[in-house]
Design a protein around this ligand. Structure first.
Ligand SMILES: [Zn+2]
Length: 404
């Protein structure tokens, strides 16, 4: 039982939120009011802090099983809760790959003690690139999200079949729009896959989700698809609309798709603001320092704990969008994609939330990062606004000592 005293609940429009007490019992918000009395509850004094619904991140790479040396599930979850995340969707590039019931069960066994919800996606093709996996038996085990992660679905007949499967069963088909074999720095490597996916889905009408969109050309195709009422959702990541910091290690910038120029960043920002891009995800992909320092650096950044702070600082503090709009991108739309009710501050609702100090200034440094991978192109960035506590299903999961 938790009693959060004097917390400010921003309604997204007003700049001066009002203070409330929140009583949380058995994982739910049971009372919202002022001067709530309860001697048995653990009290959290939250004067000056904001309560914000827990972040839902639809694109996270766990490294266990298979690459435990990069990061264990426990480490990733610690980094996620330090970032206010209460639910995330994990990608299938693991060993073994979750492409059949036994391997899905094995992968899930590493996640069972996590204090937050982890939705494990399954591979559309065995080992991400081979024959079709057994979609029906995976769905019977509760799989609701299918993707080949770093590989686009190469075969048109597989793509058409899995989109029909998604239309019939309501599962999500996420495609990583990047044509392997084409130079990834040229626009077409991403946008031709997006164009193909969208226009195939004009006929099939499945639940198509486009992962980490990064180009203005892709935005153009998505805009056209919207006009033609083609169903799809799309995500981007902070590093495709926020300029990164100068780093000593060139490997720090290596990511799929690559970082883009200012024109592309501007187009992505516009698409977020207009709602053409539905959500922002971290694409958390931690690596060791050694993996990043070689001639062929591993691709990807650690990102879960920076997702909200970066977006808040860049989008809300600089008045590019109000907080309620950011929460549509980080809570409402991703919750809907994953088939969950978005969390909100109402009596009877699930208590997934975090407490945030909108004024605290800090700098992104390896020593303050909880992820085992300390690599992000935002090292050295100064941010205003810091997550102080995270509550998932009614339990305080961050800070790890359990007190503020
Ligand atoms: Zn990914």
């Amino acid at each position: 039982m938790l009693l959060i005293r004097n917390v400010l609940i921003p309604d997204g429009k007003k700049t001066d939120p009002s203070p409330y007490d929140l009583l949380i019992v058995d994982g739910k918000i049971t009372q919202i009011g002022s001067h709530i009395k309860n001697d048995r509850a653990q009290t959290i004094r939250a004067k000056g802090l904001w309560a914000i619904p827990g972040i839902v991140d639809v694109h996270v790479h766990l490294r266990q099983p298979g690459y435990d040396y990069k990061e264990t599930v426990e480490m990733a979850v610690k980094a996620a809760v330090a970032g206010g995340i209460t639910t995330f969707c994990a990608m299938p590039n693991l060993i073994p790959c979750p492409d059949r019931p036994e391997t899905l069960q094995h992968v899930r066994s590493y996640q069972k003690d996590a204090p937050i919800s982890i939705i494990q996606s399954c591979a559309i093709n065995c080992d991400l690139t081979k024959e079709r996996s057994d979609w029906e038996s995976l769905r019977e085990m509760g799989a609701s999200f299918f993707t080949n992660d770093g590989y686009p679905i190469d075969s048109m007949s597989d793509l058409s079949a899995i989109l029909s499967f998604s239309r019939n069963h309501g599962v999500v088909i996420a495609d990583h729009p990047e044509s392997r074999g084409m130079d990834e720095r040229i626009d077409q490597a991403e946008s031709v896959v997006i164009l193909r996916d969208l226009f195939l889905n004009e006929k099939v009408r499945g639940r198509l989700h486009l992962q980490h969109v990064s180009l203005s050309r892709s935005v153009e195709w998505m805009d056209l698809a919207k006009q033609r009422h083609i169903p799809f959702t799309a995500e981007t990541c902070p590093h495709y609309f926020i300029e990164v910091e100068p780093q000593n290690n060139p490997g720090a910038y290596e990511v799929y798709p690559p970082l883009r120029d200012a024109n592309n960043r501007q187009a992505i920002l516009k698409a977020i603001a207009s709602g053409l891009i539905d959500m922002i995800a971290s694409d958390h992909a931690p690596h060791t320092i050694e993996d990043k320092m070689t001639d062929k650096p591993a691709r990807g950044f650690s990102g879960v704990e920076l997702l909200f702070p970066l977006c808040f600082d860049y989008l809300v503090r600089s008045e590019k969008m109000p907080l309620d709009k950011l929460l549509v991108l980080l809570n409402r739309n991703p919750s809907r994609l994953l088939g969950m009710e978005p969390s909100c501050f109402q009596e009877g609702k699930r208590a997934d939330l975090f407490l945030f100090d909108p004024e605290e200034k800090w700098m992104v440094e390896p020593s303050v990062m909880h992820s085992n991978g300390k690599n992000t192109p935002f090292l050295g960035k100064r941010l205003t606004g810091r997550i102080k506590a995270t509550i998932a299903s009614g339990k305080m999961v961050f800070p790890f000592e359990g007190t503020l």
